[in-house]
Design a protein around this ligand. Structure first.
Ligand SMILES: Nc1ncnc2c1ncn2[C@@H]1O[C@H](COP(=O)(O)OP(=O)(O)OP(=O)(O)O)[C@@H](O)[C@H]1O
Length: 253
């Protein structure tokens, strides 16, 4: 059974159809990229799946359970977690505090005991483990406002991992990251748990093609391609909608 099974999702904003009967499935260990030109409806699709926007039609099944009407928080508790395109960190808090707070929320412990998290060995151990997985141990206690942007983006992914997702939706994890730091993000993504299902949106095609084993292309709200990274650059419809110059530049014409 699929971990995430999205069927015939539909959304319009006024007269504009932004999501056109989109169906996708994600299974354990999948690494899928969702790409498409600006305005294709990628972020809206993610918002529909996570419950931040209400669909006009269609269903979202998580681990076989219908969550189409569930709140975003209920979906997170059920294992459907996303990262955001724009950084949502608190500049005065440290990476360690961010991770601990996310864990306490997951564990349903009161936020009032947050100040004492260092006396909770389970929280400290897991925070250490997650921070070291993302190579952030050295700056665990430095306020976020004082760390590099690439490290902030890494922390965003680390943070969603503290929520123990089954399905992870990554919205442009490399956006705004200097090219020298992209490798850091890639290394962290390569270390995500093998059975986690991951759907990633990104604009950097080389980055996407190295990560994904399957690519879905959206254009004008509908799926126009669903297949391997090797096949996508050769697909005529995709080239027309989106990749043209990229594919030509790479000599795959
Ligand atoms: N809340 C909204 N109200 C009205 N129109 C919206 C709303 N959200 C998105 N849109 C429109 O829906 C279309 C799809 O937007 P969306 O952000 O989902 O595309 P995208 O593929 O993620 O684009 P980008 O790559 O630029 O982030 C756009 O034309 C956008 O202007």
């Amino acid at each position: 059974m699929s971990l995430l099974d999205v069927r015939q999702l539909r959304k319009r904003f006024g007269g504009l159809v932004v999501t056109r009967d989109v169906s996708i499935t994600l299974g354990k260990g999948d690494r899928v990229a969702l790409i498409g030109p600006n305005g294709a409806g990628k972020t809206t699709f993610v918002n529909l799946v996570t419950g931040h926007v209400r669909p006009d039609g269609g269903t979202v099944l998580l681990d076989g359970k219908d969550v189409t009407r569930a709140s975003p928080t209920a979906r997170v508790r059920a294992g459907l977690v996303r990262s955001f395109q724009v950084t949502r960190l608190f500049s005065e808090m440290t990476p360690e505090e961010h991770i601990a707070l996310a864990m306490l929320q997951r564990l349903g412990r009161s936020r009032r005991i947050f100040a004492d998290f260092r006396s909770m060995p389970d929280v400290v151990d897991e925070a250490d483990r997650i921070l070291s997985l993302f190579n952030l141990s050295g700056i665990a206690r430095v306020p976020v406002g004082a760390i590099a942007y690439g490290q902030q983006r890494l922390l965003e992914v680390a943070l969603v991992m503290a929520l123990k997702p089954k399905v992870l939706l990554l919205d442009e994890p490399a956006a705004g990251v200097p090219s020298a730091d992209i490798a850091l993000i890639e290394r962290a993504l390569a270390q995500l748990p093998a059975d986690l299902a991951v759907l990633m949106i990104d604009h950097d095609m080389d980055f996407v093609f190295r990560f994904a084993r399957k690519v879905i292309v959206l254009a004008a709200g509908g799926v126009i391609f669903d297949g391997t990274p090797q096949a996508v650059a050769a697909d005529a419809r995709v080239r027309q909608a989106y990749l043209g110059s990229y594919a030509d530049d790479r000599g795959t014409a």
